[in-house]
Design a binder for this molecule. Structure first.
Ligand SMILES: Cc1ncc(COP(=O)(O)O)c(C=O)c1O
Length: 370
């Protein structure tokens, strides 16, 4: 097992407030009278009821289930991940922070691709880690985190953790399962692999056996922000070995996922056909968007996500177009990292396909081709 800092390897710290749901499960019976948790149960909530209805208000009074059992049961039932290998938190971002909080000690080294999902580096640096970034692999039709380079840096700098987004943001690149397995196998034994699978649901093989596997030494992260459309409610989950999750639980903010969010997630998961239809629609839109820009002559990179990435000849051009689009009220994404400044990322939403919406970009691409 990769290294866990000494202060977590003993019996503590233990959560002082596991909450009534966890306590009820431990006791094996319901506790009907909540007289000790200082929650504001008598608040009439007239304003909230008026705006959001009585059903919503039911979910606002009480601290939630710190173990999010209901959500995890749905995840296990739908996606086949073992219940005991799941942990729910307030989105993949929170899970990145949580993994760092468990693994990192000040000054320790973590490694990622330079230009990948930047929240990882932001959190790592905020926690006093030394961040080593390695350039992407670039070739015609290819822009991908360079796993060989990440591996080499992990060995060279005795890294405590390597971060890989798969599929990747912003490139959209998907590494094959065997590549990820090999990366894990060849990393130093005491180094964690943080595998950010925020876009996993958009993989064509999302429901494969690999998708539900618990990989030793790996913390897999997923989110309900994308395919499940719940970004505003903040919920995601980790898949890892139960011993790893026990360590994460030691440093987790126990009520980070609200009761309302858990109820909403359970409702969406209970109506999974809607999620599946949404995923199908997103992929179709992604392909339409990709075809549209390819037909104009753009280099659209292969994407296993809910967005497309376009590689432009220069960062200067990408920056100018991004700025012009923004001034015209169109917010697309351009990585802030200098290594990927020549990339523009567009979400596969219907609005991106509306005639005239991205004319500024289309004109420039057509001009480059002529
Ligand atoms: C690679 C990656 N990880 C994590 C996240 C954040 O997900 P969440 O909304 O669950 O925090 C995103 C969101 O864009 C992402 O692209």
């Amino acid at each position: 097992m990769p290294r866990i800092p000494d202060h977590l390897t003993g019996p503590g710290p233990s959560n002082p407030f596991p909450g009534i749901k966890v306590l009820e499960r431990r006791l094996g019976r319901e506790i009907p009278h909540r007289l000790g948790s200082n929650e504001g149960l008598d608040m009439p909530h007239r304003a909230l009821r008026e705006r959001f209805g009585d059903a919503m208000v039911e979910h606002v009074y009480c601290y939630g289930d710190a173990e999010a059992l209901g959500v995890r049961q749905w995840l296990a039932a739908l996606y086949g991940v073992p219940l005991e290998a799941t942990l729910v938190d307030a989105g993949a971002d929170s899970l990145i922070a949580l993994a760092l909080r468990m693994v990192a000690t000040p000054g320790c080294t973590v490694v990622s691709a330079g230009g990948t999902y930047p929240t990882f580096g932001y959190f790592a640096q905020g926690q006093g880690c030394r961040l080593i970034e390695r350039p992407y692999r670039e070739a015609p039709g290819l822009l991908a985190p360079d796993l060989e380079a990440l591996l080499a840096s992990a060995h060279e700098h005795a890294a405590r953790l390597v971060y890989v987004a798969n599929p990747d943001n912003p490139s959209g690149h998907l590494h094959g399962d065997d590549e990820i397995r090999r990366l894990r196998a060849e990393l130093p034994e005491d180094c964690w692999l943080l595998l950010d699978e925020a876009y996993h649901d958009f993989r064509d093989d999302a429901r494969s056996a690999y998708g539900r596997e618990v990989l030793p030494g790996v913390i897999r992260l997923r989110t309900l922000s994308k395919a499940h459309g719940l970004a505003g409610l903040r919920i995601g989950y980790a898949i890892a070995e139960p011993e790893t999750l026990a360590m994460l639980m030691k440093v987790r903010i126990h009520y980070a996922v609200s009761t309302l969010t858990q109820a909403a997630a359970e409702t969406v998961l209970d109506h999974h056909a809607e999620v599946e239809a949404h995923i199908r629609d997103v992929k179709q839109r992604r392909e339409r968007l990709a075809r549209h820009f390819r037909d104009l002559g753009a280099e659209v990179l292969p994407s296993a996500t809910n967005f497309i990435a376009i590689r432009l000849p220069s960062a200067e051009l990408a920056g100018r177009l991004n700025q012009q689009l923004l001034e015209a009220g169109r917010l697309i994404a351009r990585p802030a990292h200098p290594d990927l400044g020549h990339v523009l990322r567009i979400s596969a939403v219907e609005d991106a396909l509306a005639p005239g919406r991205l004319t500024i970009l289309e004109r420039e691409i057509a001009r480059l081709r002529s």
